[in-house]
Design a binder for this molecule. Structure first.
Ligand code: HPA
Ligand code: ZN
Length: 342
């Protein structure tokens, strides 16, 4: 068994995945056509070429991301894209996904909250892949809007496991959403928030997430590594960093490899995720992991450790976690046995 096959067949979990970032250029065009939405790009090639985001990377990426999300207009659209993504997970040997969705944009475009959750659930229930939902607030919108969404989410507590924060970080510090997080914790939701890469006040934002919001995970969170105290804090509290060493069209390869190696060496709980697989050149799990493994020269044990961290950081019952971890260890042992005997 070579490394590629080892990674392809590895039982996987993905904790940082936006369902709106799984719509392929082909699908974007089909949905734009079906829903009568006029988008600026007219062919798959034009859409793919536009994935060279340039600078500022987060803002330009988000512009593309929201343009693609804008073609989603009905529960049927949400159902179909979720079904497509979960079919991909089967091929990727992804066993468990904590799937983020952004309700605010969907509601604005006319999908009701219940319809949105029903559509996600309809696709989830027929899939062999285990999934849980994470509701993300766009941090460039208001606290009031976030509190309204939380009120709606209270009726779907069996479906939504956690709350998150995404979109434009500049000028929107985590504490803007203190009340949303406090209320969410009281209601029993798990908590995460994006701390994106290379943002102003990145270290302070990570500190706010850990100490003010009291998150259980951080999405990305690479700048935790800039502060020895925050490194200690995430280790002590078991806060998993859901890193996404994705790369854009035109990049030489995965970003942030030195940081993820340092996380591994310092026993910081970090896992590897695709974020928005149809919007980055890194695409889906096996491809992203294989290129990260090659370029970072990570061993099979090290790749297994990242995946162990994903299952440990997931919000599933301990019995299921134990079963996944056993399967993951067995996969590593088979690889080692075959390597020793070949
Ligand atoms: N960061 C912020 N907002 C997002 C992201 C991200 O990585 N993906 C989708 N929305
Ligand atoms: Zn993200």
């Amino acid at each position: 068994m070579d490394m590629k096959q080892f990674i392809q067949e590895m039982p996987k979990a993905e904790l940082h995945l936006h369902i709106e970032g799984t719509v392929s250029p082909k699908r974007v065009l089909e949905l734009a056509d079906r829903n009568g939405v006029n988008i600026e790009f007219k062919s798959e090639k034009e859409l793919l070429d536009a994935q060279d985001y340039g600078t500022p990377p987060l803002e330009n990426f988000l512009k593309y991301h929201y343009m693609c999300s804008d073609v989603l207009r009905t529960g049927r659209d949400i159902f179909e894209i979720t079904q497509d993504y979960l079919e991909k997970c089967v091929i990727e040997n992804t066993r468990h996904v904590e799937l983020s969705f952004d309700p605010q944009g969907h509601l604005e475009r006319g999908i009701e909250f219940g319809e949105l959750i029903d559509a996600l659930n309809k696709a989830r229930k027929d899939s062999p892949v285990s999934t849980q939902l994470v509701m993300c607030m766009n941090r460039d919108r208001t606290l009031e809007s976030a509190l309204e969404m939380l009120k709606l989410a209270e009726d779907y507590k069996d479906d939504i496991v956690g709350l998150g924060l995404d979109s434009v970080e500049e000028g929107n510090p985590p504490v803007k959403f203190q009340e949303y997080y406090d209320r969410g914790r009281e209601l029993g939701f798990k908590l995460t928030a994006h701390c994106d890469c290379d943002q102003n006040n990145a270290v302070e934002h990570a500190r706010q997430c850990i100490h003010d919001l009291g998150v259980h995970r951080i999405d990305h969170g690479v700048h935790v590594m800039d502060d020895p105290q925050l490194i200690e804090d995430v280790k002590e509290r078991g806060i998993t960093l859901t890193m996404c060493p994705t790369w854009r069209l035109g990049d030489p390869g995965p970003r942030r490899i030195p940081a993820i190696r340092k996380m591994l060496e310092m026993n910081v709980p970090a896992c590897l995720n695709t974020d928005d697989p149809e919007e980055f050149a890194s695409r889906y799990m096996s491809n992203m992991l294989s290129v990260v493994q090659e370029q970072g020269e990570f061993s099979a044990e090290e790749m297994t450790q990242f995946m162990r961290n994903a299952f440990v950081g997931s919000w599933i019952p301990d019995a299921r976690r134990g079963a996944y971890l056993k399967e993951l260890n067995a996969h590593l042992n088979t690889f080692k046995y075959k390597s020793d005997t070949s």
